[in-house]
Design a protein around this ligand. Structure first.
Ligand code: NAD
Ligand code: UD1
Length: 362
């Protein structure tokens, strides 16, 4: 089966490409590389020893998207491509609404035109808003506090409405909790640009000495130790969730939480990281971050019941793998800065057939 993976060069997308290829699916990636590098797809290829067909396009570009649909017999689409920084979405709402919603519309329009009936969408636990954890798929969604969250809720509604009038369509809305960790090879992982927003990349930056300490946002929440509770899930488990979805598709709209069902506090994550890797992570307690919830964790039992999927890796695995990837990146950067600077090449060298059709900077 041929699966179009938008945003396949990104953090979750690249791990999902690996999982899909390992499960026997053929992968076609569409990514404009605005938050990733083509090199990641070379790493995917190195892990799986299989080709990745890559198009460097913007998935809000209808013509570019249709070129892929007309060239390949697609069996389904997994739509990861999107902008995801919450604070940036508050500063640049139009960019977020445009990118994240228009991309969903362009892709679903192409699916309708070319008869592609399977659509899997990367949503987020953020759509639950201020519901009380554990979050269950049947909960009424509450408003989110930022444009990023709204783009997820709106995309969910668009896809639900389209599925209603397209018999035989299968739309799956996946609400991710907090993906962390990296592939155990250390070849692919999370590479946030600039100062990270999320906790795990922040921890690894402190661990490697790039930042002097972690700021823990609040210790006065009504939780086990006063710090925020989240449901951290290994990105490899999350990726495998997508394979489980494709292996168990049913018609209509299906919604699944992809999480571990376990709430972990900020201090528990710091301690586990320190113990797993033998590294100190200095921190200070500061004020709460505006918009943060005290607790956000899944009831992921529906995915287990209906897809036979459950997260297998534990918090120690997540911390070890995140650090292994970061350590490998440090080594690589050191080696690169020791050698002569070379012209950067963002285009993949995976054969003529796989060359990008468009360049996002054009
Ligand atoms: P990421 O930034 O690493 O990957 C997104 C990819 O999409 C990048 O490679 C980027 O270059 C590409 N992209 C963005 N806009 C594009 C466009 N218009 N056309 C083509 N490519 C485009 O992010 P990620 O962490 O892998 O997240 C993947 C998806 O999962 C996103 O939709 C995100 O909102 C969602 N999600 C992520 C998290 C998380 O914590 N990482 C949590 C919940 C949901
Ligand atoms: C954030 C986003 C959410 C998005 C998710 C995944 C906000 C308000 N929410 O959620 O919409 O879906 O990322 O991309 O940005 N923390 C610290 N210090 C730090 C960083 C984080 O103490 O430097 C704490 C937070 O307060 C929180 C926990 O760590 O309790 C996890 O934070 P984070 O990784 O940013 O994820 P979310 O808050 O769940």
């Amino acid at each position: 089966m041929n699966i179009l993976v938008t945003g396949g060069a990104g953090y979750i997308g690249s791990h999902t490409c690996v999982a899909l290829q390992e499960a026997g699916y053929s992968v076609i990636v569409a990514d404009n590389l605005c938050n990733s590098k083509a090199e990641t797809l070379e790493q995917v290829k190195q892990i799986t020893n299989k080709e990745v067909t890559f198009y460097q396009i913007d998935v809000t570009d209808e013509v570019a998207v249709e070129t892929i649909f007309s060239k390949h017999q697609l069996d389904g689409v997994i739509h990861f491509a999107g902008l995801k920084a919450v604070s940036e979405s508050v500063e640049k709402p139009l960019a977020y609404y445009y990118n994240n919603i228009v991309s969903t519309m362009v892709l679903s329009k192409a699916c309708q035109k070319y008869g592609v009936k399977r659509f899997v969408f990367s949503s987020s636990a953020t759509v639950y808003g201020e519901n009380k954890a554990p979050f269950v798929e049947t909960m009424t969604l509450l408003p989110t506090t930022n444009p990023y969250g709204e783009t997820k809720a709106i995309s969910e509604r668009i896809l639900t409405d389209i599925a209603k009038v397209n018999p035989g369509w299968s739309v799956t809305l996946l609400r991710y909790f907090n993906p962390v960790g990296a592939h155990e090879s250390g070849l692919i992982g999370e590479t946030p640009s600039g100062i990270p927003n999320n906790l795990m990349p922040y921890i690894t930056q402190v661990a490697k000495g790039k930042l002097d300490k972690l700021r823990v946002f609040g210790n006065d929440y009504p939780t086990v130790d006063g710090t925020g509770i989240r449901d951290y899930i290994h990105v490899r488990d999350l990726a495998e969730g997508h394979v489980a979805v494709l292996d168990n598709l049913t018609d209509g709209v299906n919604i699944y939480n992809l999480g571990t069902s376990q709430g972990i506090s900020v201090l528990q994550l710091i301690r586990t990281f320190e113990e797993a890797n033998g590294i100190d992570v200095p921190y200070e307690i500061v004020a709460r971050r505006p918009g943060d919830l005290a607790e956000c964790y899944a009831d992921a039992s529906k995915a287990e019941r209906e897809l036979g999927w459950t997260a297998k890796r534990n918090l120690v695995d997540m911390c070890r793998d995140a650090w292994r990837f970061e350590s490998r990146m440090m080594l690589k950067r050191r080696k690169n800065s020791d050698s002569k600077p070379s012209k950067s090449n963002t285009r993949p060298e995976i054969g003529k057939e796989n060359m990008p059709l468009y360049d996002c900077e054009e």
